[in-house]
Design a protein around this ligand. Structure first.
Ligand code: NAD
Length: 474
């Protein structure tokens, strides 16, 4: 008989909800995690809580207050005098929030009756898991009837640009700079580059983003990407497209970055360099060959639509498998797998997963964009509405951006909603719910939206799609 009904390897936003749900369903559950925080202490919650989603949001919020106090309060008649930032206090606040949340997970697991091991877990053959404790105590092996691999992802390194933890950093390093660098180079104008680049720009750094691709935010709808790019340019974010980084070298107190645009080589010095060119599944040392789990050509654990791996009784979820590397996608997979192990029907709809980039303005979308509809020959109708035409956005002084809506030309089913603007992260939820219920643009057009709110732009975009918007020309 196995020691546990289920063993979860990895306590990030995919693994810990899976463990809690397993325990709720009456299964004897264990979870292990090997993350150590900067004090060398075990800390649950994975990348998201420790060095990802949550700490970056804390710094985005602090830097947003700083920027508004410096630049926009005056228009409200508020005078502040010179505004200063104490980076140590800001980082301390961020660390406190992380500590609160990661400590909370420990309590939640305990409350649910899950056995938690601060240990590196490695899946061996026959659903045995080797645990190597972080405190140096003896390695032991436990067995489970089912295993859930939630091992997450690590930053990708590029050739000739090695992380040194001081001058050349990844997301974790960029969340812990001890002062505002005069200049910050960022390789990759993706989600992390834009969010952390925004933090340090707001605090006073000259930020240059070097992006290899010719299009800005290639995964976004073009209208949204263009509107966002305009706003970022106004803010002073220097985004250089088509820029292929060849190397980066620390020389004295700075990093010299060599990159090429259209065969012309450029060399730029920066105080600090953030490398944010994507992440890859973290599988090394987590799965023994004998376990029977297979990897795809991108090194991700191969799974079917129910997160079942090639090894019977072994599941994999979150960043380590196909699909978007988003915390909420991993969470839903974890819960669905727990329910399937318990014999229930459960499924995650990967077609309706919202994306959010927490810049100012925020960017959020769900479903397909106009380019994808064209590539897939899907007949569509589109509608849009600018926030500048809503009273609430004007009152808030947050008029940048728009809502764009895409519906099937024949059935009117809602296929995609794309937003750039204040509160886009919250507004997108309405689109997600509508799409999950296979709603139409007409449904959104006929639903009462509170006035004055930013959500009126969603309502008007739905009306515009049918040529009957009230507050803009059709
Ligand atoms: P990303 O895929 O969002 O962006 C990486 C960018 O780097 C791409 O635009 C790519 O073209 C560019 N790039 C790749 N190689 C390059 C090179 N050699 N030179 C210049 N540019 C290069 O990846 P990320 O920003 O590192 O984020 C990693 C993952 O973390 C993403 O999958 C993202 O989903 C997730 N994440 C999500 C959020 C969020 O949901 N708000 C926040 C942070 C991270």
């Amino acid at each position: 008989m196995a020691d546990y009904d289920v063993i979860v390897i990895g306590a990030g936003p995919a693994g810990y909800p899976a463990a809690i749900r397993c325990a709720q369903l009456g299964m004897k559950t264990a979870i292990c995690d090997d993350f150590k925080n900067k004090d060398g202490k075990p800390s649950l919650g994975g990348t998201c809580l420790n060095v990802g989603c949550i700490p970056s949001k804390a710094l985005l919020d602090s830097s947003k207050h700083f920027e508004h106090a410096s630049h926009t309060y005056a228009a409200h008649g508020i005078s502040t005098g010179p505004v200063e930032i104490n980076v140590g206090t800001m980082i301390g606040r961020k660390d406190k929030i992380v500590g609160q949340l990661t400590g909370g997970i420990k309590q939640l697991l305990k409350g649910a009756g899950v056995d938690t091991f601060a240990a590196h877990g490695k899946l061996l053959a026959d659903k045995q898991v080797e645990l190597t404790p972080l405190d140096g105590s003896e390695t032991r092996t436990i067995s489970g009837d089912s295993i859930i691999l939630a091992v997450g992802s690590v930053p990708i390194e590029i050739p000739n640009v090695a992380f040194d933890g001081q001058y050349i950093v990844d997301n974790a390093g960029a969340l812990d700079l001890d002062k505002v660098p005069e200049s910050l180079g960022v390789i990759g104008a993706g989600v992390i580059g834009l969010e952390l680049g925004s933090v340090w720009r707001r605090l006073g750094s000259e930020v240059v983003l070097l992006e290899a691709l010719p299009d800005f935010l290639g995964a976004c709808d073009r209208d949204i990407a263009r509107a966002a790019q305009r706003e970022f340019k106004k803010q002073g974010l220097d985004i250089r497209l088509n820029a292929r980084v060849k190397s980066a070298e620390v020389k004295g107190e700075e990093v010299q970055v060599t990159y090429e645009v259209d065969d012309t080589e450029h060399v730029v010095p920066f105080d600090r360099l953030l490398v944010a060119v994507g992440r890859r599944a973290r599988t090394e040392g987590c799965v023994d060959d004998a376990a029977g789990v297979t990897l795809d050509d991108r090194g991700r654990i191969e799974v079917d639509e129910h997160c079942q791996t090639a090894a019977s009784g072994v599941y994999a979820i979150g960043d380590a498998v196909r699909g978007p590397m988003l915390a909420h996608k991993g969470t839903e997979e974890g819960i669905a797998v727990a329910e399937r192990i318990a014999g229930q029907a459960s499924h995650v709809n990967l077609d309706v997963v919202p994306w959010v980039i927490y810049t100012e303005p925020e960017i959020a979308w769900v479903g397909i964009n106009e380019q994808e509809a064209k590539e897939r020959n899907i007949p569509i109708r589109t509608g849009s509405f600018p926030f500048a035409a809503t009273g609430r956005a004007l009152a808030m002084g947050e008029t940048a951006g728009l809502v764009k809506m895409i519906a099937h030309a024949e059935t009117d089913e809602l296929l995609g909603v794309h937003i750039v603007g204040a509160q886009a992260s919250e507004l997108i939820a309405e689109a997600v719910v509508t799409m999950e219920f296979h709603g139409s643009s007409e449904d959104l057009a006929r639903i009462v939206h509170a006035h004055p709110t930013m959500s009126e732009a969603v309502h008007e975009a739905a009306l515009h799609l049918d040529g009957r918007a009230i507050h803009r020309a059709n």
